[in-house]
Design a protein. Structure first.
Length: 422
């Protein structure tokens, strides 16, 4: 997974257009130097605050006059501590802090759901965070905006004009910055140098159609540089146009194709599988749509969920479902654990990984410790299937979900063995 390191982009700084810098961190921090001070667009995750501060101060001594949040995610807004300390030390005025109005609701929600977010972000970022308990993933302390933007806002500093626009995409509180003097777009996570993170399985609703429209609004600017929320600077009019148009096209495609099928009366399962078959090669092979973080299958969920309730297969069996462990135990009364195991093994050897998972699950969920040998074999088989899936997977989020389950299953094997020994 070579490309994911550029997504987290630690410590590389790119200077461009005479007065701009992109400091690579998780996420990118962008800086524009004017004679009257700095405009800073995003300030990274708390753990990268010092790195961003050191990089920025190796470039310029000027004070920050404006700090803009592209959106309220923790990797863009929480690295402020070293900057606040510096302000106090130098007796500088606090900068104006600009954000879209929905950021405050977002942070309120994070505070309400702090335990849940800590848990789910540890799942999503498991391979980066590991066991580091100091990794802050919530919004306990925030540096709140002093200027709230609804749709658009512009300001001047050092004789330059800066224009902010609100669009929805990954979040409902996104702002992007247009710097007309040097033809630069600072996009935040509307561009992340890979397939948009639009259908994250852990997170709330995202906005595919609005995302496409945001790309089109950016395209109309004819920018020469695009500084993304993650990944390296995109330079030249052609490349900027390319990343914006292909992203717009992909978002329109997934949105319109799902909507078309919903209007034909199809349920999610059918839509999903049909959509997997029709994903165009021009998206699949495009350098700016690589599934390094988000991915196409998740985007299909995003569109369906935007317009549909949770009853998604049209099967009344799912309306008031029994627990899956109890269902599994019933299956094992009909057919033996060995029969399921052998069949799953066969599917695995044929490369049918997804079906193999469905078939091995009743054994793992339905058996108790009275049949330890077959239970252990089944868990090991599931681990092998998941490990094979991880090997073939490029999406960071998917890989973490699969790997987390491998870790959990290995722990279960140890527990079962300990139980047998005692
Ligand atoms: Zn981000």
């Amino acid at each position: 997974m070579e490309t994911i390191s550029s997504f987290f982009g630690f410590g590389n700084t790119t200077s461009f257009a005479d007065m701009c810098h992109l400091i690579g961190a998780f996420g990118n921090c962008c800086v524009i130097e004017t004679d009257e001070g700095l405009v800073v667009f995003d300030i990274a995750q708390e753990q990268f605050g010092q790195l961003v501060f050191d990089q920025l101060r190796s470039l310029t001594d000027r004070p920050i006059k404006y700090l803009i949040y592209s959106h309220g995610h923790f990797d863009h807004c929480f690295g402020f501590s070293p900057f606040v300390e510096e302000l106090k030390k130098n007796g500088w005025e606090m900068p104006q802090i600009i954000a879209q109005e929905n950021i405050l609701n977002r942070w309120e929600k994070y505070r309400m759901l702090e335990g849940y977010h800590r848990w789910l972000n540890r799942q999503q970022f498991a391979s980066v965070i590991g066991n580091d308990s100091s990794f802050r993933l919530s919004a306990r302390e925030t540096l709140d905006p002093t200027i709230i933007v609804h749709e658009e806002y512009s300001f001047e500093l050092g004789g330059w004009t800066f224009e902010l626009f609100h669009d929805k995409g990954e979040t409902d509180d996104a702002l992007w910055l247009w710097f007309p003097g040097k033809k630069v777009i600072f996009s935040g996570d509307l561009i992340i140098s890979g397939f948009p993170n639009i259908g994250n399985p852990y997170k709330v609703q995202r906005y595919p159609k609005h995302w496409a429209l945001a790309m089109e609004r950016m395209l109309a600017k004819n920018a020469e540089y695009l500084a993304p929320g993650h990944g390296p600077l995109i330079e030249s009019k052609d490349k900027v146009n390319d990343v914006l148009s292909i992203t717009a096209e992909a978002m329109h495609f997934v949105h319109d194709e799902v909507v078309k099928r919903m209007n034909q009366g199809k349920w999610f399962e059918q839509i999903y599988n049909e959509m997997l078959e029709i994903y165009p090669d021009r998206f699949k092979d495009h350098e700016y749509l690589k599934p390094i973080y988000g991915c196409y299958p998740f985007a299909i969920h995003a569109v369906y969920r935007l317009y549909h309730g949770w009853y998604d297969k049209g099967n009344p069996t799912d309306l008031f479902p029994a627990e899956s462990d109890i269902i599994a135990r019933e299956f094992l009364k009909i057919s033996s654990a060995e029969a399921y195991f052998e069949h799953a093994k066969k599917l695995f050897s044929q490369g049918n990984l997804q079906l193999a998972l469905h078939i091995i699950d009743p054994v793992i969920k339905g058996l108790d410790l009275k049949r330890p040998e077959i239970l252990l074999e089944a868990i090991k088989l599931k681990i092998s299937i998941l490990e094979k899936q991880v090997k073939d997977e490029s999406s960071f989020i998917t890989s973490n979900i699969l790997t987390n389950e491998v870790i959990r299953l290995n722990a279960r094997i140890s527990d079962i063995k300990e139980n047998l020994d005692s």
